[in-house]
Design a protein around this ligand. Structure first.
Ligand code: HEC
Length: 142
């Protein structure tokens, strides 16, 4: 009996310790999660597919939200990058949704990260949701 209980308690500690470790390891947009080359590819997608509404300077217009600046980063603050990725992949471009490939979506997200002054790094932003879920959008540098 006591042996079982001890094992349960130990098990709970292992789970808790693992949760702490994986939380500490979670990346944010401040960790250099895309490359300059990818952002450059994303800029080309943006110019062709997004700029007509969100404007070449990404500032948006009357009915179209800005994709740079404090309002945008505050909107997405603390959400995983997978949310922004899927928002774009599923609902944008508004006039022809779901027409970007996963690669194009990742590239355009990289361009948005660069435009919001989050730093580039050594590896491309992934196109799969699983790893994107591990990257947190943080408006302010931690
Ligand atoms: C035909 C006009 C149009 C085009 C083209 C377009 N958008 Fe949008 N976008 C909008 C409008 C309007 C909204 C707000 C209303 C809505 O979400 O339906 C929006 C919302 C967004 C949002 C959510 C912003 C926020 O902070 O909530 C993102 C991100 C976005 N667009 C990205 C893109 C990207 C990336 C492209 C190009 C691949 C694109 N859009 C193309 C019109 C457009």
């Amino acid at each position: 009996m006591t042996g079982t209980r001890a094992r349960r308690v130990l098990g709970a500690w292992v789970v808790a310790a693992f949760a702490v470790v994986s939380f500490a390891a979670a990346a944010s947009v401040w960790d250099g999660v895309y490359t300059e080359a990818q952002a450059k590819r994303g800029e080309a997608v943006y110019v062709q597919r997004c700029a007509v509404c969100h404007q070449p300077d990404l500032e948006g217009g009357d009915m179209t939200p800005a994709l740079v600046g404090g309002v945008f980063t505050a909107n997405w603050n603390d959400l995983p990058l997978s949310d922004l990725f899927d928002r774009i992949r599923i609902t944008m471009p508004l006039d022809s949704p779901s027409t970007l490939s996963r690669a194009q979506t990742a590239d355009v997200v990289a361009f948005l990260l660069k435009s919001n002054k989050w730093p580039a790094g050594e590896t491309d932003l992934p196109r799969e949701l699983e790893p994107l879920r591990e990257i947190r959008i943080q408006a302010l540098k931690p």
